[in-house]
Structure formats: C-alpha cells, structure tokens
Design a protein around this ligand. Structure first.
Ligand code: SAH
Ligand code: DHB
Ligand code: MG
Length: 233
C-alpha cells in the first residue's frame, strides 16, 4: 500500500463525512494567498478534534499554534455559545489571517487570539489565574512541546483532555538519538507524556492520509496540583 492510497482514502472519507465546506476551503485559500505554510491539520483530523471536543463537552479550549485558524475553526464549532477558545500564535501575520478566517467562519465571538511566544502567553494565562481548560491542543513549534505540556497540565482540571499533533514525524521518533531538534523535542515530549505526574492516562495514534505519515498523542489530566508550584501565600 502506498501513500497515494492513504491520501485517496483520506479524501474519500472527507467527501463521505462532510463534502465541500466553503468556509474551510476559503480559510485554506486565504492562508495560502498570504504565504502561510501548508501545515494545517487535515480535514479528517479536524473532524476528529471536533468529535473529541463534543464528546468531552468542552466549554473552554486552549490551542497552542494557530497558523491560519483552520484547526481553530474545527474546535470552535464544537463549543456552546457561552464557550471560549484561546489560541496562541507567535507570528502576527498568521494571527491576522486567522482573525479574518474566524470572522468569515462566524465563530469569532468565543475565540481569542493571543499573539506572542507561547511560553510567555501561557505564563500570562497562569499568572492571570484563568479558569481551567477542558481541552488543550498542542500544535506549535516542536522543541518546547514538553514545556507546553507542563503548562497545559497546570492550566487543566481533572479530566482535561490534552492532544498533541506531530508526535510520530514519519516514524523518525522511533529511530533513537537524532540531530534534528524537532525530532528530539518530540522524543522528549513522548517520554514526558508517559511519566508525567499530573496525567492519568495517555495514548498515541499513528495517522496516515493527505498529510503523509504522522501521529497524535492524547492524555487525560489526573491532578494538575501535582505539578503546580506551591506558592507562599
Ligand atoms: N494548528 C494549526 C497549525 C499550526 S502550525 C492548524 O492545524 O490549522 C504551527 C504554528 O505555530 C505556526 O503558525 C507558527 O507560527 C506557530 N508557532 C511557532 N512557534 C511558536 C511559538 N513559540 N509560540 C506560539 N506559536 C508558535
Ligand atoms: C510542521 C508543523 C506542524 O504542526 C505540522 O502539522 C506539520 C509540519 C512543520 O513545522 O514542518
Ligand atoms: Mg501540526
């Protein structure tokens, strides 16, 4: 079986399960016109995140890595009108395009885009003492994935679902020591997911399809207090 067949079947299920979605098509077109890299999740992974957010009954979602807001639209569509989605993006251009895509998708009300380095915007959320999130999607730069996981757990409640994209990277993560900091970043993340004191359960699924061969990690938070730094007051 070759990669073309995986892509064909991925497209087949996109057609069977949804068919043309002008809003998502326009979001990808606007992103491409603006020169954003073509690295958004696939339609079927978007659909999967949407299903998971609904199954979780998520009201508050945190996303790390917005790009043009494609995954954001899928997640935001699962939220009730009283819900909130906070998405973190380093590049002002990406955030600007995402804003336009979210406005055009009609999901702008409950979506906040915070521009800056995610380690800083995550710290700001912690410092502000925001309510815990129900679902966190990690999909930004790969080297600090472990630090994103730590912050995600601290911003969670028991039962929060943490999902991370790109944890298989064409299988390179299973090849042992690597010179590629993105690969070692993910290897470190996968090890952290396995042993994290704040997590109750974790799983990784390999994914094939229009985006090639990669995978997603899933973890359920047990006790965020296990990793919260005790304060003096
Ligand atoms: N979730 C998106 C794809 C995200 S691509 C989707 O599926 O539609 C990764 C994004 O992370 C890029 O837009 C990149 O600019 C952003 N990024 C990279 N480093 C970052 C950092 N330090 N903080 C926040 N965002 C970052
Ligand atoms: C890259 C980043 C992603 O989040 C992704 O899904 C695919 C590729 C990248 O940086 O190359
Ligand atoms: Mg990704």
């Amino acid at each position: 079986m070759d990669e073309q067949r995986f892509a064909d079947v991925d497209n087949h299920f996109d057609e069977v399960l949804g068919g043309p979605d002008p809003i998502l098509t326009a979001a990808l077109a606007r992103s491409e016109e603006a020169g954003l890299p073509p690295i958004a999740i696939s339609a079927n992974i978007g659909r999967f995140l949407h299903v998971l957010a609904l199954a979780r009954g998520a009201r508050r979602v945190l996303e790390i890595g917005t790009l043009g807001g494609y995954s954001t639209i899928w997640l935001a569509r699962a939220l009730p009108s009283s819900g909130l989605l906070v998405t973190l993006e380093y590049e002002p251009l990406h955030a600007d395009i995402a804003r336009q895509n979210l406005d055009a998708a009609g999901v702008h009300d409950p979506v906040e885009i915070r521009v800056g380095a995610a380690l800083e915007t995550l710290q700001a959320l912690e410092d502000a003492g925001v309510d815990p999130f129900d679902l966190v999607f990690i999909d930004a730069d790969k080297e600090p994935y472990t630090e994103y996981l730590d912050a995600a757990v601290r911003l969670s409640a028991p039962g929060t679902l943490i999902i991370a994209d790109n944890v298989v990277r064409r299988g390179t993560i299973a090849d042992g020591p690597s010179d590629d900091p993105q690969v070692t970043g993910i290897q470190r993340f996968n090890a952290a997911v396995a042993t994290h004191p704040g997590l109750r359960a974790s799983a990784v699924l390999q994914v094939v399809g229009v985006k090639g061969y990669d995978g997603l990690a899933f973890a359920v938070v047990d006790d965020p207090e296990a990793v919260r730094v005790p304060s003096d007051d």
